[in-house]
Design a protein around this ligand. Structure first.
Ligand code: WTA
Length: 638
């Protein structure tokens, strides 16, 4: 494809072209895809409008590019290799021809349920090929998919279904993760109580456990598809028509539905996959993320399939049946590109190199990481033990909102440095700003990471609330997209991401808004107020430290019971993925005279600071800091 960059020289030329003639740069990339009707312009609008459109008047369907386009030349090539949770169970593979047929068939099945272009479909599914098929089938018929990670609680699922006003929910009887089963259908049933928008629930049989099926609403996938034709024309979509909504956390309690569209997202997902991973020929590529997160959307499904690649999809977890599973799977399928999260690397590193070196990892060519900053120790272990010092590491920085990778090395082409994401991709123009919005021109100084030029897969809106989108991303620094991250740039121009500068905590690469966790905690009976902060955690990157004020009536209850009650409230409101690491019961929070919580102090206490808290003179009650410090020494570790 014409957008392939295969040398550092080509990278530099492409970058320069993207700076000098951005329209022509993006036009060439977009023209590598098949359009049902050509676009008439490249870009309309600016960041200041908080509304930028790409490839106006173009008609396209992302699945025509991800599937149909490959049928003639690569119909028999494996599109998906599915590795089950249990290594004894059979691997499933789907060729491009098979994946196309199953997508069409399920697209027709959705149509038979009355799903029309623009309707929202929520997917709450385990990591099975059916999840990929369901995603593609929605896109095929012009429905909007919204995948909700299958670890979210019924309440969190309810909130997302309601916000999206979904017509259909697709789920499974149960999911499987290691030795555990996850009751997905049961959770959907709870989530749907008091919701009227959902007309049908489609249930994939995974474990075969008996499920309660509500007549006229619930049906099994395998029964629904019987007799449905395996031909289904890809719906001609406007370039700016919605492709999916993916909910992510922000700095308020309400999750926000990040919206991506067919045209721009397709162009950017395809372009970045090819270049970052330097995919070629019959390589086998494996991204260990879950499709419930943006990484799974862009780099398990769309990016690889747009490039006619073979993408491995894994149902299980890194430590089942043992800490060698990832490496066993790499050896079994001769994986060439492997993409995972720093938290997984750190946790596997703690099992030593034995489980890695037992396996033949000679097929590996490129190793990737995503989701959070990678510390130097983990970076070296990844490079030297997993990659046997011969594979480049691509530390890919991006966000749900950016749709695709923004700052990263390209395979082994560009310079790499531990803990640094590196240079921006051609077409991406990052800047560091000070809090007043001035460009920081010197190097090695921390600034607020912003992007100065629009790119095709940028967030279009937050579903149902465009003001929130404008205020979060485009309003803080006029003329820029604000990422919410702090970063540094070194003398070579390589970027190092420091972490979030807003009220978002990144636990094992998963984003949580502090307000979201606090509102879950406040549902505990007896909880008056709470504040949560992140603290450095060896495996998870950040752990969650909660400060909770209880009312006087709870005084007679045992601390352990109170802790369980708080923890359960978080599990109920969000899910086990947001479990608190520490709970500290306090009598007061450090507030300014205007009532604002000074989170800086809470963060320092959680980090173990005992004495230097900077200026505390604006606190209503400066003495509360000492109480917080002494309480932190005897807090509950969950
Ligand atoms: C963080 C995940 C450092 C960052 C694709 C960002 C990273 C947030 C990296 C987005 C990286 C992601 N190095 N930090 N390579 N990649 N982040 O939306 O704070 O789940 O803002 O998207 O993860 O998380 P999200």
């Amino acid at each position: 494809m014409s957008f392939q960059i295969r040398s550092f020289d080509a990278y530099q030329k492409a970058f320069q072209k993207s700076k000098d003639t951005p329209d022509s740069f993006w036009r060439d990339i977009a023209n590598s895809f098949e359009w049902i009707h050509p676009f008439s312009s490249i870009r309309n609008g600016t960041f200041n409008d908080a509304h930028v459109e790409w490839f106006r008047d173009g008609k396209v369907n992302i699945t025509a590019n991800a599937l149909d386009r490959h049928l003639q030349s690569k119909g028999d090539k494996t599109a998906i290799i599915w590795e089950p949770n249990d290594p004894q169970e059979a691997v499933r593979t789907l060729t491009y021809t098979e994946l196309h047929a199953l997508t069409c068939q399920f697209g027709n099945a959705l149509k038979s349920l009355g799903v029309q272009k623009g309707d929202r479909v929520v997917l709450y599914m385990p990591m099975t090929p059916e999840l990929t098929i369901a995603v593609l089938a929605c896109a095929r018929i012009g429905a909007v998919h919204s995948v909700v990670f299958a670890g979210f609680s019924a309440q969190a699922l309810h909130d997302r279904i309601e916000d999206a006003q979904a017509k259909i929910v697709i789920t499974a009887d149960e999911g499987r993760r290691g030795t555990k089963t996850i009751p997905l259908k049961e959770t959907v049933d709870k989530a749907l109580l008091n919701l009227t928008c959902v007309e049908s629930v489609v249930v994939q049989k995974v474990t075969g456990i008996a499920c309660e099926m509500l007549p006229n609403r619930d049906m099994y996938w395998h029964e629904l598809v019987v007799g449905k034709p395996t031909v289904c024309t890809a719906e001609p979509m406007d370039s700016e028509d919605m492709l999916f909504i993916l909910y992510t956390s922000g700095s308020t309690g309400k999750p926000k539905g990040v919206v991506h569209v067919h045209g721009g997202y397709m162009v950017y997902a395809g372009y970045t996959f090819s270049n970052v991973f330097q995919y070629e020929g019959d390589d086998v590529y494996w991204c260990t993320a879950d499709v419930g997160w943006i990484t799974g959307h862009s780099y398990i499904i769309y990016g690889p399939l747009l490039n006619g690649a073979t993408s491995l999809m894994f149902e299980g977890i890194p430590t089942y049946p043992d800490a060698g599973r990832f490496w066993e799977v790499c050896a079994k399928h001769k994986v060439n590109q492997f993409y995972t999260a720093p938290t997984a690397i750190r946790s596997l590193m703690s099992s030593g190199s034995e489980p890695v070196t037992q396996h033949d990892l000679s097929s590996l060519k490129v190793l990737g990481t995503v989701g959070e900053p990678i510390n130097e120790e983990a970076w070296y272990w990844y490079r030297d033990v997993v990659g046997q010092s011969k594979c480049p590491i691509v530390d890919t920085w991006w966000q749900t909102e950016t749709g695709g990778i923004m700052i990263s090395g390209l395979g082994g082409l560009s310079p790499q440095k531990p803990a640094h994401a590196g240079l921006p991709l051609p077409g991406i123009h990052p800047v560091l700003l000070d809090p007043n919005g001035h460009d920081i021109l010197e190097n090695n100084v921390e600034g607020l990471l912003c992007i100065s030029q629009p790119w095709p897969s940028m967030i279009r809106t937050t579903y149902g609330d465009h003001t929130r989108c404008r205020n979060t991303y485009f309003h803080p620094f006029p003329g820029h997209y604000f990422t919410g991250d702090g970063a540094k740039r070194d003398d070579q121009g390589l970027y190092r991401i420091i972490g979030r500068v807003d009220d978002v905590i990144n636990v094992s690469g998963h984003r949580f808004g502090t307000a979201e966790i606090e509102s879950a905690i406040n549902e505990t009976s007896g909880a008056v107020e709470s504040a949560v902060v992140g603290f450095p955690h060896d495996i998870k990157g950040q752990g969650i430290h909660a400060y909770v004020i209880l009312d006087s009536k709870t005084g007679s209850l045992a601390e352990e019971d109170l802790c369980n009650a708080v923890q359960n409230a978080v599990i109920k409101g969000i899910g086990k993925i947001a479990k608190l690491d520490r709970i500290q019961f306090v009598s007061a929070l450090p507030k300014t005279r205007s009532g604002k919580i000074m989170r800086r102090i809470l963060r320092k206490v959680a980090e173990g600071e005992q004495t230097s808290f900077g200026d505390t003179s604006t606190l209503l009650d400066p003495a509360c800091v000492d109480l917080l410090v002494s309480g932190a020494k005897q807090l509950q570790i969950c």
